[in-house]
Design a protein around this ligand. Structure first.
Ligand SMILES: O=C(O)CCC(=O)C(=O)O
Length: 303
């Protein structure tokens, strides 16, 4: 089971133990879940409500989307006797991204206000988690944030991806989201309470990220792997499509600015990771997201 950590215990006698649990989550799993993380249940309930209402308004569009068309074509070919394989270039997902400066859905009317409030809370939580990582890695407080912002000269990238994985008639032929590691820094996921599907690859086996009501799942991306010089490896994960249930997931990505220079924090001379500009890494990542990460590091080193 993915570790579940009570974040409120950082405040009391169990701070050292909680820090150790977070270090273990980062080192051994690349994923952990936080409960009592300080984001109010009342806000989280509102987030669920507005995101579900927003999806209801998009549902018809999903039925006409390219994943649905691709799967229908495949099933047609199968019904004509062709041996078919799982789709390799399709995700069974409805998605849009919220950033500070892009267009947001205007419906339902309280979507924007609620998601602004949520993003503010989750951004603060990301920065707290990054400071704990600084401490656990023996770095000065604020090191990772500084690395992500060019020493405070730039803004970190902060995006929130609102996804739904609608019921899929043939989960054997398409994944909700194909296996990948995340490109960036720290990812904070508010996943569905009921409908599972997210899995991580641990010691060669796919392990479920069990839904825990109102928890926030934390995982680390490729840039934390570089900064930590390979101590905190980004973990492969995927979302399985399911026949029943429409899985909601809201993933917030705290990433370096595109202009930030990323390099291992300690002993760079002895490191197997290069130093590069994050924007260059993203240029490689968009083309190779669903492939192994090592060639991405090689490609960006050669740029
Ligand atoms: O929806 C999820 O649970 C995971 C999302 C994810 O892995 C991603 O967007 O990179």
């Amino acid at each position: 089971m993915i570790p579940v950590i009570d974040f409120s215990k950082l405040q009391g006698d169990e701070r050292a133990l909680t820090l150790a649990q977070i270090a273990n989550g980062c080192e051994e799993w690349g994923f952990f879940q936080l409960v009592k993380h300080g984001i109010s249940e009342e806000l989280l309930e509102r987030v669920k409500k507005v995101c579900s209402e927003c999806y209801q308004l998009r549902e018809e569009r999903f039925n006409e989307s390219s994943p649905v068309r691709s799967l229908n074509e495949l099933v047609d070919r199968e019904s004509q006797g062709e041996a078919v394989k799982k789709l390799k270039d399709v995700d069974w997902e409805d998605v849009f991204v919220l950033q500070d400066d892009n267009a947001w859905p205007s419906n339902p009317h309280d979507f924007k206000e609620t998601m602004e409030e949520y993003r503010e809370e989750v951004r603060k939580l990301a920065e707290k988690v990054m400071e704990l990582m600084d401490q656990n890695l023996g770095l000065e407080k604020g090191y990772i944030k500084k690395a992500f912002t060019g020493d405070g000269q730039q803004e970190a990238f902060f995006g929130t991806k609102v996804s739904h994985y609608p019921p899929c008639p043939r989960p054997d032929l398409v994944d909700g989201l194909r296996a990948h590691t995340d490109a960036g820094g720290v990812i904070l996921l508010f996943q569905d309470d009921q409908v599972g599907g997210l899995q991580i690859l641990k010691d060669g086996e796919w392990v479920d990220v069990q839904p825990v009501k109102n928890s926030i799942v934390i995982n680390t991306g490729d840039q934390i792997e570089v900064v930590s010089n390979g101590r905190y490896k980004s973990t492969w994960h995927r979302v399985l499509a399911t026949r029943d249930g429409n899985r909601r997931s809201i993933a917030s990505f705290y990433n370096p600015s595109l202009k930030a220079t990323i390099a291992p924090a300690a002993a760079p001379a002895a490191s197997s990771y290069p130093k590069f500009m994050f924007g260059n890494y993203m240029d490689v990542y968009v083309k190779q997201k669903f492939e192994a990460k090592e060639p991405r590091f090689e490609a960006v080193a050669a740029m």
